[in-house]
Write a protein that binds this ligand. Structure first.
Ligand code: FMN
Length: 373
C-alpha cells in the first residue's frame, strides 16, 4: 500500500496526464494513418423501393438490459481533473437527452484520490442516462487495485456496467507506463465474477485479435468492445507526449497502425462471443460506419474522439453531432428497406472495391459480404 504522500503525487500525475490526453487528441494528428482497411470499403445494399415509411424505422435496442433510443455509446474517455469533469458533465446531459449510453474514462484517478470522484459522477448531472459504464485498466489488477476498490469506484458513480480496458501498446509507449501484463486473464475472470455488474472488456484503439478473443471467451464477461485500429491511435497519442527525440516518440509513431482493424475485430468478436455483447469501436465516424458495424454483427457502436472534440466546444455541438449520426442511421435503414436493427443484422453488406484485401476479408466473413453490386 502506498503512503498518502505517494498517493497524492500519483493522483497529480494521473490528473495532469488526463488533461494532456485531452489536448493531444484535440490538437494533434492521432488518427490512424496506415493502409485503408476501414469502413469505407463497404456499403449496404440500397433499395429504391423500400416499401416502408421513414417514420416506421425503429432504432431502439436493449444493451446489457438497458433500453437505448439508438445503438450508440459515448466511448470511454475521461474524468480525474476539473476539465475532464466538465467534459463528462456535458457528455452526460447529451447521452441522457439522446437516449444513448455513456462510458467513463479510467477511474484509477478516483481510486487513488477519492476527492476526484465528482469528476466522474455523471448521474448527478443527468440521472436519466440509460446506461453508464465504469472503467478500470486490467493492468491495474497487477498494481494493487483489487475487486473491493473497483466495487467502491463503480458504486460511487452508480455505474450500470464496467469496462475493463486492455492497452499493452499504450502502456509500452507511455513514458510512465504500467507494463506488467502477466497473468491477467484469471484476475479479470475473478473481477467479473465478483463485481455484481456486467463486465465488458475493451481495447483502446489497437483492437482484439482472434488470439486475444480466444483467451477472453472462457472468462465470465458479458462481452467485448473491440476498439480496433482505424480511429484514435493511443500509440500516437503517447508518442506526442513522449520527450522530443526519445525512443518512445519514435516507436509510438511507427506503431500507430499496429493492431487489428475495427471491421475485422468486429467480425472476429461476433464469432468468439456468440450470444454475448459485441460493441464495435475505433474510427466509427459516420452513420454508414455505424450501419456496417451493426450489419457485420455488432450489438452497438461506440465513438470517442469526435465526441470529445465536440464536447470541448460546447454541449450543443456534442448533441448536434450525435443527433445527426442517429438521423443518418435512420435514413440508411429507410433507404435499405430495413425496419429495425434485427433486419439490419441480416442485411447484405457490399464490398465496394475489387481490392484483393476485400477478397481476403470476404473469406472470414463467411458469405456475409457480397462483392460488388
Ligand atoms: C481523450 C480520450 C481518452 C480516453 N481514455 C480512455 C480510458 O480512460 N479508458 C478506456 O478504456 N479508453 C479510453 N479511450 C479510448 C476510447 O474509449 C476508444 O477505445 C478509442 O479512442 C477509439 O475510439 P475512437 O476512434 O472513436 O476515438 C480514450 C479515448 C480518448 C479520445
Amino acid at each position: 500500500m502506498a503512503s498518502p504522500d505517494t498517493m497524492a503525487g500519483e493522483s497529480e500525475i494521473v490528473s495532469t496526464r488526463k488533461d494532456q490526453h485531452l489536448d493531444v487528441v484535440a490538437k494533434k494528428d492521432v488518427a490512424f494513418g496506415g493502409l485503408a482497411l476501414g469502413f469505407d470499403r463497404f456499403t449496404l445494399e440500397y433499395d429504391a423501393l423500400p416499401e416502408i415509411d421513414l417514420d416506421e424505422v425503429d432504432l431502439g435496442t436493449t444493451l446489457l438490459g438497458k433500453k437505448l433510443a439508438a445503438p450508440l455509446v459515448i466511448g470511454a474517455m475521461t474524468g480525474g481533473s476539473p476539465r475532464a469533469g466538465r467534459v463528462n458533465e456535458r457528455l452526460a446531459r447529451v447521452a441522457a437527452k439522446v437516449g444513448v449510453g455513456l462510458a467513463l474514462g479510467s477511474q484509477r484517478a478516483m481510486i487513488v484520490d477519492p476527492s476526484l470522484a465528482s469528476t466522474f459522477d455523471v448521474k448527478v448531472h443527468a440521472p436519466d442516462i440509460p446506461l453508464v459504464f465504469g472503467n478500470v485498466g486490467a493492468v491495474q489488477l497487477n498494481y494493487g487495485v483489487d475487486v473491493e476498490a473497483v466495487r467502491e469506484a463503480i458504486a460511487r458513480v452508480s455505474a450500470d456496467a464496467l469496462n475493463v480496458h486492455l492497452n499493452p501498446l499504450q502502456e509500452a509507449v507511455q513514458p510512465e507506463g504500467d507494463t506488467r501484463f502477466g497473468s491477467l486473464a484469471p484476475k479479470i475472470d475473478q473481477l467479473a465474477r465478483a463485481i455484481g455488474v456486467p463486465v465488458v472488456v475493451k481495447e483502446c484503439g489497437a483492437g482484439l485479435s482472434r488470439r486475444t478473443l480466444r483467451k477472453l471467451a472462457p472468462l465470465a464477461i458479458a462481452g467485448v468492445e473491440v476498439a480496433g485500429v482505424g480511429g484514435t491511435s493511443w500509440s500516437k497519442v503517447e508518442s506526442h507526449r513522449a520527450p522530443e527525440g526519445s525512443a518512445q516518440q519514435t516507436i509510438g509513431m511507427r506503431l500507430g497502425g499496429h493492431g487489428v482493424p475495427t471491421v475485422d475485430a468486429t467480425v472476429l468478436a461476433r464469432d468468439a462471443m456468440r450470444e454475448r455483447v459485441v460493441i464495435a469501436s475505433g474510427g466509427v465516424r459516420t452513420g454508414m460506419d455505424v450501419a456496417i458495424a451493426l450489419a457485420l454483427g455488432a450489438d452497438a457502436v461506440a465513438l470517442a474522439a469526435p465526441l470529445l472534440i465536440a464536447a470541448e466546444e460546447s454541449e450543443a455541438k456534442a448533441e448536434a453531432f450525435l443527433r445527426t449520426l442517429v438521423q443518418e442511421l435512420r435514413v440508411i435503414l429507410f433507404t435499405c428497406g430495413l425496419r429495425n436493427l434485427v433486419e439490419l443484422s441480416r442485411a447484405t453488406v457490399i464490398a465496394a472495391s475489387d481490392d484483393p484485401l476485400v477478397t481476403a476479408r470476404e473469406a472470414h466473413v463467411a458469405g456475409r459480404i457480397q462483392r460488388g453490386w
